[in-house]
Design a protein around this ligand. Structure first.
Ligand SMILES: Nc1nc(=O)c2c([nH]1)NC[C@@H]1CN(c3ccc(C(=O)N[C@@H](CCC(=O)O)C(=O)O)cc3)C=[N+]21
Length: 296
């Protein structure tokens, strides 16, 4: 990794964020509170198993108690909502996370609006989304956008007055990230272009970016000619592509054609090892904050 000085090391920065949580967790322990994060996974999506496993491991390493409810693919929406109501009332859980994607017969907006906003460490509840849009710091910010912001800050990248181009308008990354980066000071004042599959001259928009964030879920979509030399490139993509040579039969590919874009970019996040570890670190941060607020 040291051979590429323009890399933004998400693993190292995530480790810093996690280390800074330790005294806060110790303070909670000292007054008899063990922060608790409960996961709900519906079905057996292999990627979801991996991600929830990573989150459980991060929690255990920090002294955050966790448990995963694994529900069958055939679980009804009513059954899932009933479980969430129960977890909402259980004082030992400060954070609740329902892993996406959900089976098609379950409406995600019903699920996310059922979780108590003050336990919504994913930041997907309409109240938390609304607070983010209003610039109210009292809410929870979704973990991936929060992680991208933290990654840029700690990598010494300023977006004051900069042009940030975001590829992807999803509710989990693109939309909340746009809201976050264009907020007023501190850490703010970007000019945002939010692109999607119907955007005309997408490459032209990309080339005008000071910071280019790829979050549309198309493997290796961003190619070298789409990047202005010196631009900061953030790769959010988590695309699993078949690769018989790998242990699990697949490998992770980002939304950026890394090998050809890296020489053009001023700074770039690797993938894996970039945004993913930050997402998990921010989940832990949101959970510690939830525990502090709920027991404070
Ligand atoms: N309710 C909910 N909240 C989420 O935050 C959520 C979700 N559902 N569904 C899926 C996406 C995806 N996501 C990732 C988290 C960590 C890594 C991560 O740690 N990646 C590592 C390694 C990845 C690998 O090798 O498989 C890395 O980038 O270095 C990736 C992706 C959270 N998500």
């Amino acid at each position: 990794m040291t051979a590429f000085p323009n890399l933004i090391d998400g693993r190292a920065i995530a480790a810093q964020v996690l280390a800074e949580l330790q005294p806060r967790i110790r303070a909670l322990h000292d007054r008899g509170v063990q922060p608790g994060l409960v996961f709900v996974r519906v079905g057996e999506d292999p990627a979801s198993k991996v991600y929830v496993g990573r989150k459980e491991k991060a929690a255990a390493e920090l002294g955050i108690r966790s448990h995963t409810h694994v529900l069958p693919e055939t679980t009804t929406e009513t059954e899932l909502l009933a479980l969430l109501e129960r977890l909402n009332r259980d004082e030992t859980w400060h954070g609740i996370l329902v892993q996406a994607p959900l089976p098609r017969h379950i409406r995600p907006e019903r699920v996310y609006s059922t979780i108590r906003p003050d336990k919504d460490v994913d930041g997907f509840h309409p109240l938390n989304m609304g607070r983010l849009l209003l610039g109210d710091p009292g809410g929870f910010v979704p973990c991936t956008p929060a992680g991208i912001q933290e990654l840029l800050v700690r990598a010494g990248i300023s977006w004051e007055g900069a042009h940030v181009v975001i590829l992807g308008r999803g509710n989990i990354v693109g939309k909340p990230l746009a809201a976050l980066l264009c907020q007023k000071a501190p850490r703010a004042n970007a000019t945002i272009t939010l692109c999607h599959s119907a955007t005309r001259d997408l490459a032209g928009h990309c080339r005008r970016a000071d910071i280019l964030v790829a979050a549309m879920g198309v493997p290796e979509f961003v190619r070298a000619p789409m990047v202005r030399p010196g631009a900061v490139v953030v790769d959010v993509g988590v695309n699993r592509v078949p690769d018989p040579a790998r242990p699990g039969g697949s490998r992770l590919v980002g939304d950026v054609a890394f090998a050809e874009v890296q020489p053009v970019a001023g700074r770039i996040t690797p993938n894996p090892g970039g945004v993913g570890p930050m997402t998990i670190a921010m989940l832990m941060q949101n959970t510690v904050r939830a525990a502090e607020i709920l027991t404070g």
